[in-house]
Design a protein around this ligand. Structure first.
Ligand SMILES: [Zn+2]
Length: 211
């Protein structure tokens, strides 16, 4: 069964995001590590399209979003490494190996979501190790605020790229549902993907400043 999401007032969404951050600050003992490098990992690629409805493929949305985040972070003086900058297939192990390959780095995997039936909506951010929780909380809060999407929260999960990236904080962001017709219509616009990228980049920068 899927949870039913009632439309939320903008203020409510902001308060939810702020309370999430407060909770993260109060309850996480893991300090944010100093970092100067961001490893961005656009999900899927080539024959692995990811979520797909018609000609809207997750692999394209994720790459476009990651490229936008890359530009925003470079403007802030951060080093950015991309697991892929083209439509190529990268095995999961190579992605996590890249995530472990640099010191003073964070790893952010970018995906779009899918559920059968199309009722799922909103953004969510996953972490595996508790040392990655703060990074997830910052990205989720700013992503929700910037995109006005439903806040599905910060969740722990066992996905390979966040489980096998052990040397740096690692999170996986799900930027809305390809399977949801209204979210799909929004994510097909560059304006919406720009907002998503701004949210992710602002979350990363706020996390860095929280050090
Ligand atoms: Zn995906």
């Amino acid at each position: 069964m899927l949870p039913v999401f009632r439309p939320r007032h903008r203020l409510h969404r902001l308060l939810t995001a702020l309370s999430l951050l407060l909770a993260a600050t109060l309850f996480s003992s893991a300090a944010a590590s100093a970092f100067d490098t961001v490893i961005l990992d656009p999900g899927h690629g080539a024959h692995d399209r990811g979520a797909a409805i018609g000609y809207v493929y997750e692999k394209h949305l994720a790459l476009d979003t990651a490229r936008r985040v890359e530009q925003l972070l470079k403007k802030e003086g951060l080093n950015v490494i991309m697991s892929r900058s083209r439509d190529v297939f990268i095995p999961l192990h190579d992605r996590s190996a890249l995530g472990n390959s640099r010191r003073n780095a964070i790893f952010v995997s970018i995906h779009y979501n899918y559920n059968r039936g199309g009722s799922g909506a909103g953004a969510e951010t996953y972490y595996h190790f508790s040392s990655s929780y703060m990074l997830a909380a910052y990205i989720q809060a700013y992503l929700v605020q910037r995109s006005s999407m439903t806040n599905r929260g910060v969740k722990s999960a066992n996905f390979h790229v966040i489980r096998a990236t052990t040397k740096n904080p690692a999170v996986l962001v799900e930027c809305g549902f390809v399977s949801n017709s209204s979210e799909r219509a929004r994510m097909m616009t560059g304006e919406f993907r720009k907002r998503i990228a701004e949210g992710i980049a602002q979350g990363i920068i706020a996390y860095k400043k929280s050090n």
